[in-house]
Design a protein around this ligand. Structure first.
Ligand SMILES: Cc1cc2nc3c(=O)[nH]c(=O)nc-3n(C[C@H](O)[C@H](O)[C@H](O)COP(=O)(O)OP(=O)(O)OC[C@H]3O[C@@H](n4cnc5c(N)ncnc54)[C@H](O)[C@@H]3O)c2cc1C
Length: 741
C-alpha cells in the first residue's frame, strides 16, 4: 500500500504459520489498495515443518530451516506486532495481545499451529513437548547436559508413534548418538523407546511404508510399544495404560495435536476437539470476519491430518479469499487433495516415501525431499525487489483533502482515542487533556528551571504503539541528558487519512505507547495537536524541571577525561535495511529493545562518578553530537573505533553497503573534523540514532567503576569509546587511537 492510500480494511494475520507466509508473499507481489495487513506473531523465525526433523538431526542450520517473518512482512508492507495473541473479541473485532493495547480488525485470519495434547497424561509437566519446536531445541541443550551428568544408560521415551513421533525419534537418536562421545557415553547407552496408543505405528500410512520405518527403528535398537497409551510421567518413568512402566529419564511428547487455549473464551464455532471450524472457503461458519488455516483449523466435512502440507496448500486460497473478502467479492472454494506424498526422513540423510499403496526409500529420496524443501523455502527467503508503489492509482476515498486547519483530524476521532487513554494527572499540571480550554496550564515548582525540548519523526516502524513508545523515549532523552526530571508533554501527531474508526484506533495505539513511556518517566500528556498528512508522524514537546546548578551541559569536558557511550550504534543502518526487507527479525527486535531502554537511570550513576558533560546521541550521529561537545568545551577527542558498541547484525549490514539516507549529510556536515578511517565501524560515526545512548565524559580514574555500574545496571552495552585530548586548532577535531601520525 502506498502512504497515500486511505486505509479502508484492516486484515490481521495471527501467527506466522505455513499459510500466512503465502498470504504475505502474495500481498507483497500484488498489494491490495486500501488494505492494511498486520501480522501478530509470537516468533519472528517460523520453522518450516518439512525441514524440522532435519533441523533436529542437525542436517540443517537454524537459518536454513526457518523463515524470517520480518523481511517477509516488510516485503508485504505488513505491520509486525511481535507478541503472542492472548484472546479474541469477536463482538468488537479485536485481537487481544499481552502487554499492549488490543489490535482492531475487519478480517482476522488465524494460523497459529498446534501443540501436542497432554489432556489425558498425568504429570505432563515432567514431559517435553516437541512444539513449539524452538522451545524444544532450547531444551535439547539442557537435555545433553542431563545425559552427560547421568550415571549409566540414559532412557528417552517418545509418546506418539505417528509420522511426527517416528521422525523425531529417528532424528534425535541420530543426533544424540553421533554426539555420544562428547556426552561421555557410548552410543548404545542413549536408549530410545516409542509408544503409540493405536495397534500399529504410523496409523494412516500404507503397510509397505510402515514396514520400512519399523525396520529403521529396529536397526537403531529402538523399542516400540503399540496398543498402549502414555498415562503418567514421573522424572524417571513413563507408565503405560497396559500396566507397563518404562524407565524414562526424559519423555518427549509428540502426541496428537491439541486445541489452542487462547481462543477458548470467545463463542467461536469449534469442532469437538476444540479446533476452529472452517468451511471450504476457510471461513468460520459462526463469524464471517474470521478465517483459519493450518493445524488450528478443522474443515467441515473433512478430517485432515495435522500436517504442514495442508497448511502450505491452503495458503494461496487463504490469500485469495482474504483479498476477495476485503473487496466484497465471492470467495473461492478450497478442496483438500486426496492423496499426498509423505517423505519421512531417518536422520542420516536417508528418507522413505509413501504415496497411496506405494513406498520407496533411499539416499536419493532424501536428496529429492531436500530439493523440494529448499525450493519451497527459497520463495520466502529470497524476496524479489519490488517498487514501493504496487498500486495502479485507482480511486481513493477523496481526490483531495483540505490543508491548513481543515487538515485537523475530526474531533470525534480524537475524542474516541483520548477517552481510551488512562487519566493524565500530575502535580503542577493545572489544566491538561481533560479541560475544554485552548492550552495546558502549568505551575512550575518554585526555584526550578523549566527545561523544554521538541522532537518529531516520520513513522520509522509500522506498529503505532511501538512507534509511540520509542518516539517518546527519544524525545525524553534530551530532558534526561540535561540532568532534568520530565514533567509533562504536548504531542504533535500527523495521521494518514482513513476511515474514522481506523484513524482513531491508530491514534489511540500511538498515544497509548507514548503515554506508557511518559508514565515510566514520571510524566503525563498535557495536550497536543493532530492533523492529517501523507504518512504517520509524531513529535513531543517535553517540559522538564531541574535545579539550575545541576544542569548537565555539553560543555565541561576536560583534557584526560574518558568518553563513555551507553547504547550500541546502528539504528539508522538497521531501519534502512528493514525498509528494503533485508534486516533479520531478531536483530530488529534487539534494536527495539535498545531503543525502548531509557537513559534516565544512567544519570544518577554518571553523576556519582563525577561526569563532566553529557548529551544524548540522536539524529546527527555520534560524530555530530561529539563535535558539539568538543566545541562547547574547547577540546579535541581521540576515539577507539574498535571499542564502539554496535547493535547485533549491523556490522554485516554496513559491510553489505546499507546506510541511512541521512548518513552522507551527517558526514558532510562535520567535514575534516572527523577524518576518514579504514575501519569497518567508521560509517557508524554518522549513523543517525533513534533513542540513542548517552555520551558523556568523566575523569579517567572514574571510568572503569562507572562502566561496571552502568553495565551491571541500566546500560548493559555501555563502552569506553575514547578520551579527551588538548585542542590543536580553531575547532574541535577527532583522531583515532592507534592511528599513525
Ligand atoms: C517432529 C515433527 C515433524 C513434522 N514433520 C512434518 C513434515 O515433514 N511434513 C509435514 O507436512 N508436517 C510435519 N509436521 C507437522 C507440522 O509441523 C504442522 O502440521 C505444521 O507446522 C502446521 O503448520 P501451521 O501453519 O498450522 O502452524 P505452525 O507451522 O505451527 O506455525 C504457527 C505459527 O504461529 C505462531 N504462534 C503460535 N501461537 C501464537 C499466538 N498465540 N500468537 C501469535 N503467534 C502465534 C508460531 O510462532 C508459529 O510461527 C511435523 C511435526 C512434528 C512435531
Amino acid at each position: 500500500m502506498t502512504p497515500t492510500d486511505p486505509i479502508t480494511c484492516d486484515i490481521v494475520l495471527v501467527g506466522g504459520g505455513h499459510s500466512h507466509v503465502a498470504v504475505l508473499k502474495r500481498f507483497g507481489m500484488k498489494p491490495e489498495p486500501g488494505v492494511r495487513l498486520t501480522l501478530i506473531t509470537r516468533d519472528l523465525l517460523t520453522p518450516y515443518s518439512g525441514m524440522v526433523p532435519g533441523y533436529i538431526a542437525d542436517n540443517y542450520s537454524e537459518a536454513e530451516a526457518h523463515i524470517d517473518l520480518r523481511p517477509l512482512a516488510a516485503f508485504a508492507n505488513a505491520r509486525v506486532i511481535h507478541a503472542a495473541a492472548t484472546g479474541l473479541d469477536l463482538e468488537r473485532n479485536f485481537v487481544q495481545v499481552g502487554g499492549r493495547p488490543p489490535v482492531a480488525f475487519d478480517f482476522v485470519s488465524i494460523d497459529t499451529g498446534s501443540t501436542p495434547s497432554t489432556a489425558n497424561i498425568d504429570g505432563a509437566e515432567h514431559g517435553l513437548p516437541v512444539k513449539p519446536i524452538d522451545r524444544f531445541l532450547e531444551a535439547y541443550h539442557r537435555l545433553t547436559n542431563e545425559i552427560r551428568g547421568h550415571d549409566g544408560p540414559f532412557h528417552i521415551a517418545v509418546a506418539g508413534g505417528g509420522a511426527g513421533g517416528v521422525e523425531l525419534t529417528l532424528a534425535l537418536s541420530h543426533r544424540l548418538r553421533s554426539a555420544a562421545p562428547s556426552l561421555d557415553k557410548a552410543p548404545a547407552d542413549i536408549r530410545f523407546a516409542i509408544v503409540e496408543s493405536e495397534d500399529t505405528l504410523l496409523p494412516g500410512y500404507n503397510a509397505a511404508a510402515r514396514r520400512k520405518l519399523t525396520r529403521a527403528l529396529s536397526d537403531r535398537g529402538i523399542d516400540v510399544h503399540t496398543g498402549a497409551k502414555a498415562e503418567r510421567i514421573t522424572p524417571d518413568t513413563l507408565a503405560l495404560s497396559n500396566g507397563e512402566a518404562l524407565t524414562s529419564h526424559k519423555t518427549i511428547l509428540v502426541t496428537s495435536a491439541g486445541p489452542p487455549r487462547w481462543i477458548t473464551d470467545c463463542d467461536l464455532a469449534c469442532d469437538e476437539r476444540g479446533f476452529i471450524r472452517v468451511n471450504d472457503q476457510l471461513r468460520s461458519p459462526s463469524h464471517a470476519q474470521l478465517f483459519a488455516a493450518g493445524d488450528i483449523a478443522s474443515m467441515d466435512g473433512h478430517r485432515l491430518p495435522k500436517a504442514g502440507v495442508y497448511a502450505v496448500r491452503q495458503g494461496p486460497y487463504l490469500a485469495d479469499n482474504l483479498r476477495r473478502a476485503a473487496r466484497g467479492e465471492p470467495l473461492k472454494t478450497y478442496r483438500p487433495q486426496g492423496q499426498t506424498l509423505a517423505l519421512i526422513t531417518t536422520g542420516n540423510r536417508y528418507a522413505i516415501a509413501a504415496r497411496g499403496p506405494l513406498a520407496f526409500e533411499g539416499e536419493w529420496v532424501w536428496r529429492w525431499k531436500d530439493w523440494i524443501d529448499r525450493r519451497w523455502m527459497k520463495k520466502y527467503q529470497e524476496l524479489p525487489d519490488m517498487a514501493a508503489d504496487g498500486t495502479d492509482g485507482e480511486d481513493t476515498l477523496e481526490a483531495m483533502r483540505c490543508g491548513g486547519c481543515g487538515a485537523k483530524v475530526p474531533a470525534t476521532v480524537l475524542h474516541r482515542a483520548l477517552d481510551r487513554l488512562p487519566p493524565q494527572h500530575k502535580d503542577g499540571l493545572d489544566q491538561g487533556l481533560d479541560s475544554p480550554d485552548d492550552a495546558a496550564v502549568l505551575t512550575p515548582p518554585p526555584g526550578k528551571a523549566l527545561i523544554q525540548t521538541v522532537d518529531q519523526f516520520r513513522a520509522f516502524i509500522d506498529d503505532p504503539y511501538l512507534f509511540g513508545r520509542i518516539a517518546a523515549n527519544h524525545c525524553l532523552g534530551d530532558i534526561f541528558a540535561m540532568g532534568a526530571e520530565a514533567h509533562s508533554a504536548l504531542a504533535a501527531v500527523m495521521l494518514p487519512h482513513g476511515e474514522d474508526d481506523k484513524t482513531s484506533d491508530d491514534l489511540y495505539q500511538l498515544l497509548a505507547g507514548a503515554t506508557e513511556t511518559l508514565a515510566e518517566a514520571g510524566a503525563v500528556l498535557a495536550g497536543g495537536h493532530t492533523g492529517e498528512g501523507a504518512e504517520m508522524a509524531f513529535g513531543l514537546t517535553i517540559n522538564g524541571y531541574a535545579d539550575r546548578d545541576t544542569i548537565l551541559r555539553k560543555s565541561g569536558l576536560a583534557v584526560g577525561d574518558a568518553l563513555i557511550l551507553t547504547k550500541p550504534l546502528g539504528t539508522g543502518v538497521l531501519f534502512a535495511a528493514d525498509m528494503r526487507a533485508k534486516a533479520n527479525g531478531d536483530h530488529v527486535t534487539s534494536a527495539f529493545k535498545s531503543m525502548q531502554r531509557s537513559i534516565a537511570p544512567c544519570i544518577p550513576v554518571i553523576r556519582n562518578h563525577q561526569a563532566s558533560a553529557g548529551t544524548d546521541v540522536t539524529g546527527f550521529g555520534l560524530a555530530g553530537h561529539l563535535l558539539e561537545m568538543l566545541n562547547a568545551s574547547g577540546v579535541d577527542a581521540e576515539l577507539d573505533l574498535g571499542a564502539l558498541p554496535v547493535l547485533p547484525g549491523v556490522a554485516t549490514l554496513v559491510a553489505e553497503g546499507h546506510e541511512s539516507t541521512l548518513r552522507p549529510s551527517n558526514e558532510e556536515s562535520v567535514g575534516n573534523a572527523v577524518p576518514l578511517a579504514a575501519h569497518p565501524s567508521f560509517p557508524l560515526l554518522f549513523d543517525p540514532q533513534t533513542a540513542g545512548g548517552l555520551l558523556f565524559g568523566l575523569p579517567a580514574g572514574q571510568a572503569q567503576a562507572c562502566l561496571t555500574a552502568l553495565r551491571d545496571g541500566p546500560a548493559p552495552d555501555a563502552a569506553i569509546i575514547g578520551r579527551i585530548t588538548p585542542r590543536q586548532g580553531a575547532v574541535g577535531v577527532v583522531t583515532y587511537a592507534g592511528a599513525s601520525e
